[in-house]
Ligand binder design. Structure first.
Ligand code: DLL
Length: 434
């Protein structure tokens, strides 16, 4: 069993708790003294640094939302002088104004440690060749895993996203053993490897996939097609990037780096803190960041926490795969629909995860269409068999969602492949509003 920082990763729960108590108090004082935005937010809530003596007092602090971050753009949440900052990263801004996160060198060091833990948890060592095909640049995926891979001492291939032909060339010529990319791009790569007849030429043993929601069905599909173990990694730009949590060999939830982040689960409607094991919105407090600390940041990701001991020996609490963001949830005909539920049905019925969900509205009636690509096996079948498959999926979706969806099986390769985060939903109702 190999760890990057064994003493920290396997520390007792009491020790983790002690770090959290001490570091939370320090962070609260740090933002109070150095950031007017936080000071005002705390004053509005009637809280002073002296009121926060341990993590039991966390609930007293106000929540921070993405709107606060946009409001404070670009420097409002800075808690260090700009001269101490050495890097920015940024969100894509697809759901509104960009958010910029700032880092001191110390912040980057700790972030790299988190990613190094993730790489070693999947069996990575300095003997490995790590191919990073997350985007480099403002997106955190490339820089984060790159930094982690350097710390482990692995040979790092800083490929960035896209240019699939070149990815395959480096993968085979340099014998990459660990690949890091979005799960949707991993599927695209698997497809391309298969088509190019390179399956016997690759040496991959593990993949570190994250940045978007993906199902257990998709994991099995990737593992089978690439002959690897597929591990999940989670993070968000606001908190540093990938490596906030990561999966170990047990593949049973992602260990949150609790010496850097305190996690809470809240009821997204009332803000009430829920007991461990409840499903709700994940809220994070960073306790070691200098430039851009976040207190009680609402991620909008819906998941469950579990502090039961893990067979890997790590003691840090685990989070289940987020089942999607509360803002990814579609309301169709008044019913809540998560794209991940649809993906689960499609894969369980032997279809691909190349799918698109189209929501429209005629008058006052919503419609839901699921377009999914046929597999080569289905392709060779008769039209009758395809229609039968469509009916079978329609019924399975009805059972899962409670509403009727029109299922269209479309030709292979007719749905655009993604090199980063996949775009699964086309909500034409929103298009009419803009
Ligand atoms: O996606 C950081 C990242 C890069 C994570 C590479 C993992 C690997 P953002 O672009 O700011 O940052 O998006 C953050 O993506 O709130 C989740 O909704 C979603 N997300 C990230 N990882 C996962 C995951 C990066 N493993 C948002 N499973 C988060 C499900 C994920 N959703």
């Amino acid at each position: 069993m190999a760890y990057f920082q064994k003493e920290i990763e396997t520390a007792s729960r009491e020790q983790i708790r002690a770090w959290q108590d001490e570091r939370l108090v320090k962070t609260v004082n740090h933002v109070w003294n150095n950031c007017e935005y936080y000071r005002n937010k705390m004053k509005d809530r009637g809280v002073e640094p002296g009121d926060i003596r341990s993590r039991d007092d966390l609930y007293k602090l106000p929540f921070l939302t993405k709107d606060d971050l946009r409001d404070a753009y670009p420097y409002g949440l800075m808690s260090m002088p700009l001269s101490e900052c050495v890097r920015i990263q940024s969100t894509s801004g697809t759901t509104g104004k960009r958010v910029i996160a700032f880092y001191t060198q110390h912040d980057i060091d700790l972030w790299d440690d988190c990613c190094a833990r993730a790489i070693m948890a999947v069996g990575g060592t300095k003997e490995d060749v790590v191919q990073v095909c997350y985007g480099y640049g403002l997106f955190t995926g490339g820089p984060g895993l790159n930094g982690g891979s350097h710390k482990v001492g692995s040979l790092t291939l800083p490929m960035s996203s896209g240019n699939t032909e070149r990815q395959l060339q480096f993968m085979t010529d340099l014998g990459a053993t660990i690949i890091c990319c979005t799960p949707s791009y991993a599927q695209y790569l698997a497809e391309s490897i298969h088509e190019a007849g390179l399956r016997d030429k690759i040496k991959l043993k593990a993949g570190i996939f994250g940045a978007e929601a993906w199902t257990e069905e998709m994991r099995r599909d990737i593992e089978e097609r690439l002959g690897i173990k597929a591990y999940d990694i989670y993070g968000l730009t606001e908190l540093s990037g990938p490596g906030v949590s990561f999966e170990c060999e047990a593949q049973a939830g992602m260990h949150i780096n609790e010496d850097h982040f305190i996690a809470e689960i809240i009821d997204p409607d009332t803000g009430e803190v829920l007991p461990e094991g409840s499903k709700g919105e994940l809220v994070f407090t960073s306790i070691t960041k200098e430039a851009f600390p976040l207190l009680r940041y609402r991620t909008k990701d819906i998941c469950v926490l579990n502090s039961a001991p893990c067979s890997c020996g790590r003691t840090h609490i685990r989070m289940a795969k987020p089942m999607g963001r509360s803002d990814d949830m579609l309301i169709v005909k008044g019913v809540n629909v998560f794209p991940s539920q649809i993906e689960q049905v499609l894969l369980s019925k032997g279809l691909t995860s190349n799918y698109q969900i189209v929501v429209d509205r005629k008058g006052v009636t919503d419609s839901l269409e699921v377009r999914v690509e046929m597999t080569p096996e289905l392709f060779s079948d008769t039209m009758g068999a395809m229609t039968q498959k469509e009916t079978e999926i329609t019924e399975a979706l009805k059972a899962m969602l409670g509403i009727l969806a029109k299922v269209s099986i479309v030709g292979p390769k007719s749905i655009v492949r993604s090199e980063g985060k996949a775009v699964r939903v086309i909500d034409k109702r929103n298009l009419y509003n803009t």
